[in-house]
Ligand binder design. Structure first.
Ligand SMILES: NC(=O)c1ccc[n+]([C@@H]2O[C@H](COP(=O)([O-])OP(=O)(O)OC[C@H]3O[C@@H](n4cnc5c(N)ncnc54)[C@H](OP(=O)(O)O)[C@@H]3O)[C@@H](O)[C@H]2O)c1
Length: 892
């Protein structure tokens, strides 16, 4: 999958532009030279102005042809030049809504072309830059200039609001130990770093008195989960709860799901009920969990379980804080910190429902959303200026109530914004003021620090009462579930990273798939384009194995080979009705004909788009005609299928794409562009709630397009996907509904690297044994790797040694993780302010050499918990990317 992480903070001040992005096509000038016959704009091709819907693949072809011609022209000149391919909305960053499906399909084909261009013409130093489609070009000119002037070595960059993102290929499953359909729970192997999370098997828990066993469907993530992983609540867990080991910490505070069993003395809940609530000590990040009945509520009819998972912690916290404790009144002013977060969003709703005026802090890129929600007063959440600005905005009076979740000096600043005699509700945990401190510094103010879990534990009747009040407002439509982004259970790590980077709005929800096996509808029809091709027939076999009985396989030919006839006969022998229909999917009418044949067999429920052709050649030998021929089945075909199935209720629409689109491949620029279009279209469909999945296949053995190259691939020590493996992957991808997944066969040896265990154990000794300069280089390389892990940078060598950590996007929670990693790796303790005191890679290297790695500095023996991480996979994501890129370089 492509995981995208912020890689650097923005330059100082980029005000968000209120204008909307008017042009959704990539900002790329078309080459002036005439296109080859039959190319876009040539005879028989509709122009974009005439028919925007049908013209999208033609526009992609035009853009890629322009890029081809431009690169050919640039390759022939001797003056050094650099090439930026600039798009807007060509990438989907995180889980953002897609503004333009057409723009994303078109832009993704350009990006895929650009990846190959970067491989084939390294002297052009081609860079791909995707601007924010929600912002006008005027508002991003400075961003563009900064990118061009900075000349970063990061190949793929996207800007969204104030954040700069870089694309990386992340291993799947992203969370180790995950097994689809198995009973499991998330476990923290050691405190300190997020990559110490893994799934472990779970024995069915038995509910005790007052408890309910819940099949978990969705879990709302909370900051506390992140703080837990980073070890920032370690002391609290040890002292208050008596939990000493990281493995025993229950992760996940809340959940929504289905009641599986009830314990003694539980009234009001029965097996099969849909419930939501706050969990117990075992944690809710598990396929099943025990929840105290008095913290549960029934999910309102019609509310999805993922929506329900956004309610418990947020709304109970805010209701208790603002209504029960602070008794917020109509007409009062309330300051809500982090108003775009989960608790913040619940607070905005409750405050507005009570008739209060909201003063909100948030990152500026989230202000438009808050304004849409009716919040007039927005302030920056990362500076202390809000205090004075609020006083200015209220004629020096300040707010009546503060809902605080920030720490450090933000607390004093928030008190400064509180009017005389106001109420200060504190829901933070770290570095908060004690009652005595508040009484001394602000004796006039009411001070209400609380921990919801502790309050609920001390008053058994409180939970049911709060729920009853809240659900009355939900039922009346006065309160709604929160905006959220869902991550599947195996992607809990990327979700926590998203929380760490603060890139989301509302809640992050982890979903656990129900363990029902895939059953296709025997009455429905399923279409495979390229269905009598090699992978098409394998796919047909798998669909029939999964229950499909009515198949339409498309081919341009009417005569089948003997092998194809036999394969079709085997499908029929397995009970399927198979129609082989002649159609060129590059033609809209032909695709309509295919769909009519499907409808005659039964309602169309699934599409696998496997039609495709190759026409390899280096860029210098490529032209518009060759590009068009390769894009025709993939891009035009996918587009026709997309637009002609708008009314169909599809369970799946899977595109057979290639790793070439993801990584580039010399000699396959046309094929990469075609597959890129397919990826972009399907990802955009998915983002818009339509069926859409893209599989970036690596080479298959025995059958298909890559067989001709198998000897070459073997010499390169490349793995290949056997047909049996391919069918299993296809099945699993259908079950898991993964939007985009690359299946990349690699051979473990002989390039395998020393394990992380070896690396960690020997690092300090290794550094000590090396001559000074070599030791310094080794340390710096290791630090680059660790920093890159935390910020999600794919190419550690590109990290600027003199860039400030803050500028690289490292905020306080990331700094905690990084310091923990360094301390574990160097087997020492490091000061909490290390990364603030030594804020660049360069200064950190100097400090570590002079003060930490000196033989006199005590070595702290690694803890047992630290050793547990030695079971990590051998290749870190950035190593994996480099490895894969190298392996695929020669895939022609
Ligand atoms: N094999 C691999 O290792 C591999 C790796 C990555 C991705 N893929 C992708 O997986 C898909 C299947 O590959 P494969 O190895 O099975 O190749 P294949 O055996 O050549 O099958 C592709 C099929 O696409 C059909 N096709 C081509 N142009 C068409 C058009 N305009 N209209 C309708 N059908 C058209 C061809 O059918 P007719 O000739 O019968 O018309 C052909 O049978 C391709 O899209 C390929 O890009 C394959």
């Amino acid at each position: 999958s492509i995981a995208e992480n912020p890689i650097a903070a923005p330059p100082a001040a980029f005000p968000p532009s209120p204008t909307t992005w008017a042009r959704r096509r990539p900002v790329l000038r078309q080459a002036q030279e005439p296109l080859a016959e039959g190319g876009p704009g040539g005879e028989g091709h509709p122009s974009i102005a005439e028919n925007p819907i049908a013209a999208t693949p033609a526009a992609a072809l035009a853009a890629c042809t322009a890029l081809l011609h431009l690169s050919q022209a640039l390759a022939s000149i001797t003056t050094p030049v650099r090439l930026w391919v600039v798009t807007a909305g060509a990438q989907r960053v995180g889980e953002e809504a897609v503004v333009s499906l057409e723009g994303m399909a078109l832009g993704a084909s350009l990006w895929a072309f650009g990846r190959t261009l970067a491989l084939e013409e390294p002297q052009l130093a081609c860079r791909l830059l995707d601007l924010d489609p929600a912002d006008g070009l005027d508002g991003q000119v400075e961003t563009l200039l900064a990118e061009v002037q900075h000349a970063s070595s990061t190949l793929q960059v996207a800007w969204r609001g104030m954040l700069r993102w870089g694309a990386t290929v992340a291993p799947w499953p992203a969370t180790p130990g995950y097994a689809p359909h198995a009973a499991q729970r998330l476990q923290l192997e050691r405190y300190g770093a997020l990559d110490a999370l893994r799934y472990v098997p779970l024995a069915t828990p038995i509910p005790g008195a007052g408890e309910v066993l819940v099949d978990v469907a969705a879990v709302g993530l909370n900051l506390r989960d992140l703080l837990n992983c980073l070890g920032l609540l370690q002391e609290h867990y040890a002292q208050v709860l008596g939990i000493q080991r990281a493995q025993d910490v229950g992760l996940g505070l809340e959940a929504a799901g289905i009641v599986a069993a009830v314990g003694a003395g539980v009234d009001g809940y029965a097996v099969g009920d849909r419930v939501m609530g706050i969990g117990g000590l075992m944690g809710t990040l598990a396929t099943q969990t025990l929840m105290p009945a008095n913290r549960l509520a029934h999910v309102p009819a019609g509310m999805a379980l993922a929506d329900a998972a956004t309610l418990p912690i947020t709304f109970l916290t805010v209701w208790y804080g603002l209504v029960e404790l602070a008794s917020l009144q109509p007409g009062e002013r309330v300051l809500i910190h982090a108003a775009a977060g989960g608790v913040g969003q619940a607070a905005v709703q409750i405050a507005q429902m009570r008739g209060a005026t909201v003063f909100a802090t948030a990152s500026p890129n989230k202000w438009p959303l808050l304004r849409q929600q009716g919040v007039q007063h927005c302030f920056h959440s990362r500076t202390l200026d809000f205090a004075q600005e609020i006083l200015d905005a209220t004629g020096g009076q300040g707010v009546d109530v503060v809902l605080n979740s920030l720490n450090g000096e933000f607390i004093a600043a928030s008190f400064a914004a509180l009017r005389h005699g106001g109420r200060f509700v504190e829901i933070g945990k770290r570095e908060i003021w004690s009652l005595a401190e508040a009484a001394e510094r602000r004796p006039d103010a009411g001070y209400f620090p609380f921990d919801l879990l502790e309050v609920l534990a001390s008053d058994a009747a409180l939970g049911p009462r709060l729920w009853q009040e809240l659900l009355g407002h939900v039922a009346a439509g006065r309160l709604r579930s929160l905006p959220h982004v869902c991550y599947s259970a195996d992607a809990v790590l990327p979700a926590l990273r998203m929380m760490q980077q603060g890139g989301h709005v509302g809640k992050l929800v982890i979903t656990f798939a129900p363990s029902a096996p895939l059953r296709l509808d025997p009455q429905a029809s399923y279409l495979i384009t390229g269905g009598v091709g090699a992978l098409g027939l394998q796919t047909a076999q798998q669909l029939v194995a999964d229950g499909a009985r009515r198949l339409v396989l498309s081919s341009r030919r009417t005569e089948l080979s003997a092998a194809q006839q036999q394969a079709v006969a085997e499908l029929e022998a397995a009970g399927a009705t198979v129609a082989v229909v002649g159609a060129d999917v590059g033609e809209g009418d032909a695709v309509q004909h295919l769909l009519d044949r499907c409808a005659a067999l039964g309602p169309l429920r699934g599409i696998v788009h496997a039609a495709g052709v190759l026409d390899d050649g280096m860029l210098a030998a490529q032209n518009a005609t060759r590009l068009a021929e390769v894009m025709r089945p993939k891009a035009d075909g996918a587009w026709h299928l997309h637009r002609l199935t708008v009314g169909c209720e599809l369970d799946f629409f899977v595109g057979f794409s290639s790793t070439t689109a993801l990584l580039g491949a010399s000699g396959q620029s046309n094929y990469a562009a075609a597959n890129g279009f397919l990826d972009g279209l399907l990802l955009a469909r998915r983002a818009q709630g339509l069926a859409g999945q893209s599989i970036n296949w690596g080479p298959w053995s025995e059958v298909g397009l890559a067989v001709a190259r198998s000897a070459h691939l073997q010499r390169q020590n490349m793995g290949m996907i056997s047909p049996a493996q391919g069918r299993v992957f296809f099945h699993n991808i259908l079950v898991q509904k993964t939007p985009q997944l690359a299946v990349i066969p690699t051979q473990a040896t002989p390039r395998s690297k020393p394990s992380r265990a070896d690396k960690r154990t020997h690092l300090r000794h290794e550094l000590a044994a090396l001559p000074h300069q070599a030791s310094r280089s080794r340390l710096e390389a290791w630090l680059r790797g660790e920093i890159s892990q935390v910020i999600g940078l794919a190419a550690p060598h590109t990290l600027d040694a003199n860039a400030g950590f803050m500028d690289l996007g490292i905020d306080s929670l990331m700094a905690v993780e990084l310091r923990n990693r360094l301390a574990a790796g160097l087997e020492c303790t490091l000061h909490p302010t290390l990364l603030f005191d030594y804020p660049t890679l360069e200064s950190l290297v100097v400090y570590l050499i002079e003060h930490v790695l000196k033989p006199s500095h005590p070595v702290v023996p690694p803890k047992a918990e630290v050793r547990a991480a030695d079971e990590q996979p051998e290749l870190a994501p950035h190593d994996l990317l480099a490895f894969i890129a190298q392996e695929f370089k020669d895939l022609t």
